[in-house]
Design a protein around this ligand. Structure first.
Ligand SMILES: [Cu+2]
Length: 183
């Protein structure tokens, strides 16, 4: 009798993982199918040389606004640093690279001199409250749900056309602190 119990237990244990595996397998499969369809809609990326530009996005602006922010992450897969030198877009007269910081307890924003270094094998995130692009002299208001084209120019990798996905006015990207570009 004493060795029947372990056998029965073994049987049950064998049966359970099988069902579990099937269910996990189905869950993974449906997740993969979901991921295969969705990313083009919510996340998008661009490549130039050793650089990958992930999910450029901007924010809808209120009527009459003269500036809009621009955000993305640059990943440098290469073995040499590169530098983001300039940005241009039809949506505005100019696009600047800004950096934020706190000076004497006051949040300040200033242009980044000499471009933004993307370290070898590293990445730099442009996001609200940190490094960011500013499209100044808007020719029209970016609208939520649309994409507008822009060109990023890097010192080594060269120029690449990207599209900024326009998100809602309240979007902060990470729930981080935010700041209006009132100029
Ligand atoms: Cu700014």
């Amino acid at each position: 009798m004493s060795n029947l119990l372990p056998k029965a237990q073994t049987f049950v244990l064998r049966g359970a993982p099988f069902h579990l595996q099937q269910r996990v397998g189905l869950a993974v499969l449906s997740l993969l199918l979901l991921l295969a369809c969705v990313p083009s809609a919510i996340a998008h990326g661009f490549k130039v040389g050793d650089l990958e530009i992930e999910h450029p996005w901007s924010r809808a602006t209120p009527p009459g606004a003269k500036v809009a922010g621009g955000y993305f992450t640059v990943v440098n897969k290469g073995s040499a640093p590169d530098r983001l030198l300039s940005i241009s877009s039809d949506i505005s007269d100019k696009a600047e690279l800004h950096e934020m910081g706190v000076k004497d307890g006051v949040m300040t924003m200033r242009p980044v001199e000499g471009g933004l270094e993307i370290p070898a094998g590293g990445k730099v995130a442009l996001k609200p409250g940190a490094y960011h692009l500013m499209f100044t002299g808007l020719k029209r208001q970016p609208k939520q749900g649309e994409k507008f084209p822009a060109t990023l120019t890097f010192e080594k990798a060269g120029s690449v056309k990207v599209e900024f996905a326009v998100e809602g006015m309240g979007e902060t990207g990470s729930g981080d602190m935010d700041m209006d570009h009132a100029e």
